[in-house]
Write a protein that binds this ligand. Structure first.
Ligand SMILES: Nc1ncnc2c1ncn2[C@@H]1O[C@H](COP(=O)(O)OP(=O)(O)O)[C@@H](O)[C@H]1O
Ligand SMILES: [Mg+2]
Length: 271
């Protein structure tokens, strides 16, 4: 079921890296000295119990929160994201758990929200007119690249099913995430067929050479699609395992603290 580990997923410098990051909210330490590595060409699943700090970690990786301490690096170079825009400028596109789509706007407007294409004619530049035809045409292209069967780009997002809305959010990340795409629980609210569509989109993104971080509770999905599994516990990375030759129950036992990494059958340190 799992593809063989691909060579590029093993090689070289991590694309995105966190070293010993900390984030406190009053007395709650959401990120407690967490490490993170995303390698080129991989789907990295991030799993952990509720409240383990997965969403906080990916918010730190995408500029939505600024860590109190620790270091982020891209291709080995330290970076400081003060805002989501900083991360975006570095090619990092997240889809947060609390899905940020604008329901009343159509698909093309959602895809280009915050980075609208403006007309280039003198008149257009003068009045900052939007280039709707171009945004619609490009949206349709992005949707068809990801094999999403939505044809009308002028359809308001509120008329779409949950799975289609999720698809629009993932398509936006895929369209603009030039270096990293991060998806926080993208299949949590979806049925079997719709989840399958999102997993297919993740494969498409990876096959284009963009590594994907997938936060998910769904172990069958994780085992189906992940090249490596980052197990997060109590605000930090516990260990990283490969799905091959592992039982899902072992990953769950690690996640919940029922066993420690040293107790696993194939303990080889961080993989
Ligand atoms: N904005 C916030 N203010 C206060 N506490 C927060 C905030 N965001 C997260 N937390 C707390 O940090 C911890 C980790 O949360 P979160 O990152 O959402 O975990 P997960 O995504 O793994 O469920 C939890 O105890 C949560 O209540
Ligand atoms: Mg979360």
């Amino acid at each position: 079921m799992n593809p063989a580990p691909r060579d590029q997923a093993d090689a070289g410098q991590p694309v995105l890296e966190a070293r010993n990051i900390v984030k406190r909210y009053g007395h709650v330490t959401a990120i407690d000295g967490a490490d993170f590595d995303l390698r080129a060409g991989e789907v990295l699943a991030v799993v952990g119990d509720n409240g383990a700090g997965k969403s906080s970690l990916i918010k730190a990786l995408s500029g939505a929160i600024v860590p109190d301490s620790g270091q982020l690096l891209m291709e080995g170079v330290p970076v400081h994201f003060r805002s989501p825009l900083d991360a975006r400028r570095n090619g990092i596109e997240p889809v947060y758990q609390d899905l940020a789509v604008a329901p009343a706007l159509d698909i093309a407007s959602n895809l280009y929200l915050g980075r609208e294409i403006r007309r280039t004619s003198l008149w257009g530049r003068l009045f900052r007119r939007l280039d709707q035809p171009r945004m619609r045409a490009q949206s349709a292209q992005h949707m068809s690249d990801l094999k999403i069967g939505i044809r009308s780009m002028t359809q308001p997002v509120e008329t779409l099913s949950g799975g289609q809305r999720q698809a629009v959010a993932v398509a936006r990340a895929a369209a603009f995430g030039t270096r990293v795409v991060i998806l926080d629980e993208p299949t949590a609210a979806l049925g079997v067929r719709e989840s399958g569509m999102v997993l297919d989109m993740i494969r498409e993104i990876r096959d284009r050479g963009i590594p994907v971080v997938l936060i998910s509770h769904n172990m069958p999905h994780v085992f189906e699609i992940a090249d490596r599994i980052h197990i997060h516990r109590l605000g930090r990375r516990l260990t990283v395992v490969r799905p091959q030759g592992r039982a899902m129950s072992e990953v769950v036992a690690l996640m919940t603290g029922a066993i420690s990494p040293e107790q696993t059958a194939e303990h080889t340190g961080a993989e």
